[in-house]
Design a protein around this ligand. Sequence first.
Ligand code: NDP
Length: 475
Amino acid sequence: MKTWDSHYIGGRWIKAQAQATFSVHDSSTEEVFATVPTGTAAEAESAVRAARAAFDGWAALPVAERADALDRIAAGLKARTDELAQTIAREVGMPLKLARAVQVGSPIWNFGNFAKLTRAFEWQERVGHSLVLREPVGVVGCITPWNFPLNQIALKVAPALAAGCTVVLKPSEVAPINALILAEVIDEAGLPPGVFNLVNGSGPEVGEVLATHPEVDMVSFTGSTRAGRRVSELASQTIKRVALELGGKSASVVLPDADLEAAIKGSVSACLLNSGQTCSAHTRLLVPEDRLPEVKELLRTAVARLPIGPSLEEGSKLGPLVSAAQRDRVLALVRQGLAEGAELIAGGPDAAVPERGYFVQPTVLRVKPGDTLAREEIFGPVLVVLTYRDEDDAARIANDTPYGLGGGVWSRDEDHAIAFARRMRTGQVDINGAPFNGQAPFGGYKQSGNGRENGRYGLEEFLEYKSLQLRTAGA
Ligand code: NDP
């Protein structure tokens, strides 16, 4: 077991003040494999001060130097790929091979991508007699979740640093080790002291300092809608910029002219990646009502192809959930749905699971619009099926949640699918299972949030505009 005892503040590892620690569990075995210190409000304050002190110098550096620093971080993460993949597979429960590709590959790619984007970015333009500058927003507090822990960090820290901002990161207490490894990598990359700071701790203690502190200019938050609302309320007192990436209840809509087999297989994968612990997971499947019997058969077949197992075991396609609390929450919601009259199609809360580890069998239920399971984010391996009469009905059901993050549309006719996608109140829609695009904006409508991450859009989140009015005529 590894004991971490310090926070990374002002370019140094500073011994934690409090004795209290968080235990980090291997979600496949339930063993505690590391502990991290529980940070205090005073430590968060000291990190904010360090970030503030470093800001002017970092913001003034030539863009190419900041881009080079990001490239060094990408290279440092790459060199530690095996260790990071093992760590995240244990923290989160994602099968190792997938964790290597998704949980480690994506952050490495993102650091490199933001380096490239920064070099190519137009940092100023002439608008009539004005010169419009893009400048860093300032000190940024980053608060991140556990489900894709390092990537959610990368999508904030990389563009913030690229923009010229300095950062205080508070990662999730449930999966904090990957962030400590990142801090080691950043330390080795030789960034000026205070440009990047890491304080582990709880949301209410450390996170709330970042949300309230007058010297923090922006909070970038990814997590639940509940905590996002709290951060937003607190941040409003100092009028800081707030970017929120929150929960979802995304619909995969199978139009009547879709290839049904491909659509069901693709929708099941889009729901169950990371055992359903994905904010943009397609957790509601909408199918024409007259196709339901075929759909049920296809769903049972698709789910049977995804055996659960420990994350470090070859052959596991789905791992456990992240924690006992998450498993219990998911099972309780499924039981509530069954009590409300949902029909069980596959899996279920009583299906056999390995003795150790926070496992839940992938579960498929038929529900009706308005049911708890049709509206609430479950954040586990649970797909709910809804039927529709016609496409107007499908559009109404697809939009009938407080969320609007992801979604999918399936049709043999791409124009038909695009026309339907335009009716969906959601931030992204995958047509016929098309893959994720790290350059395209990612973020939510409605209560799924108000920011955009990824690519150029993600970089612009961390920039201000400044207009200089000139006497000289524009080009
Ligand atoms: P939480 O909202 O519980 O936690 C997210 C982060 O916020 C954690 O670091 C947490 O700290 C912190 N936090 C909690 N309360 C506060 C507070 N009062 N003030 C400041 N910070 C606080 O979410 P989970 O970690 O459980 O992640 C799952 C949720 O995240 C799901 O709803 C999911 O949909 C969403 N998500 C959204 C994504 C998106 O891009 N839209 C991507 C990934 C996840 P602590 O360590 O104490 O928990």
